[in-house]
Design a protein around this ligand. Structure first.
Ligand SMILES: C[S@@+](CC[C@H](N)C(=O)[O-])C[C@H]1O[C@@H](n2cnc3c(N)ncnc32)[C@H](O)[C@@H]1O
Length: 257
């Protein structure tokens, strides 16, 4: 889901750490996502759904699926045998045709039951940044695609973190955008006792990761709030105006020459 932009603050690395942060965070972010004014509901899921197109009969793998709500929704819409993987292991009851598996998206091929399986659509929705090695995670996912398969990957605009960090540190946007040191980060809207570690990234980093993994961008989208939703939730339009939102990429394997 979107990392809602209204309640972040820098973390004190000395305190509030959880050894398995997502096990603790998961209920907080699922509650935030379920709110009727969440950016996930207003902007992201509709745009993700549009990019996925008709999923009837398709095998879908949702890497970093949260509690499994999105993959369950795709099953309701006719997707074929599908799988959600998340490290939190905090899942809804899986509907028929959907398996929800506790596992690490860093190496999907090593997740129990996934070795040798192929998928028509592989999703990394606001989860790719947690891979131990992004290139390796995407290479593995690419190998798991069917012939006409694609990856749908969404990531927060890196400028958002640069704005927040520049405000917090009294630095310039450029200094933070091009910073390379990981930073500790807590999310007040989800659970401000849990610290996540974030690696800064630039647009070039992201695009070069796709190339290094042997993927090309069929389409990139920067979804915005529909006018009607902006009228109903001006505080969320203000968040979008300040932090820009997220980036979405439809990625396909570069054909062998
Ligand atoms: C921001 S949430 C996004 C959830 C969901 N994809 C969505 O769009 O609502 C990030 C998710 O990634 C999961 N996650 C974090 N690190 C992971 C890892 N190494 N392997 C699998 N899942 C991970 C978290 O538990 C969490 O559910």
């Amino acid at each position: 889901m979107a990392e809602e932009h209204s309640g972040t603050h820098p973390a004190d690395p000395a305190g509030g750490n959880a050894s398995r942060p997502w096990q603790t965070l998961s209920s907080g972010f699922e509650q935030a996502r379920a709110r009727e004014d969440s950016l996930d509901r207003l902007v992201e899921w509709p745009a993700q759904r549009t990019l996925l197109g008709d999923v009837a009969g398709l095998a879908v793998l949702d890497a970093g699926c949260g509690n499994g709500t999105k993959i369950a929704q795709l099953a309701v819409e006719g997707a074929g045998p599908s799988v959600g993987v998340d490290i939190s292991g905090n899942f809804i009851e899986a509907p028929p045709g959907v398996e929800l598996i506790e596992g690490d998206l860093s190496d999907l091929g090593a997740v129990p039951g996934l070795n040798g399986r192929r998928f028509d659509r592989i999703l990394f929705l606001q989860s790719f940044g947690y891979a131990a090695d992004g290139v390796k995670a995407l290479q593995t996912a690419r190998e798991m695609l069917t012939e006409d398969g694609f990856i749908l990957l969404t990531r927060t605009q890196p400028i958002r973190y640069a704005i927040e960090r520049s405000e917090q540190n009294g630095t310039s946007l450029g200094e933070e955008y091009f910073a390379t040191e990981s930073f500790a980060y807590r999310h007040r809207n989800w659970d401000d006792q849990v610290t996540l570690t974030k690696r800064p990234y630039t647009m070039s980093d992201l695009l070069n990761t796709f190339s290094a993994a042997g993927l090309w961008i069929e389409i990139a989208v920067e979804p915005q709030m529909p006018d009607e939703a902006a009228g109903r939730y001006p505080h969320k339009q203000a968040v979008m105006n300040k932090y820009l939102g997220i980036l979405m990429f439809k990625l396909r394997p570069i054909p062998a020459r």
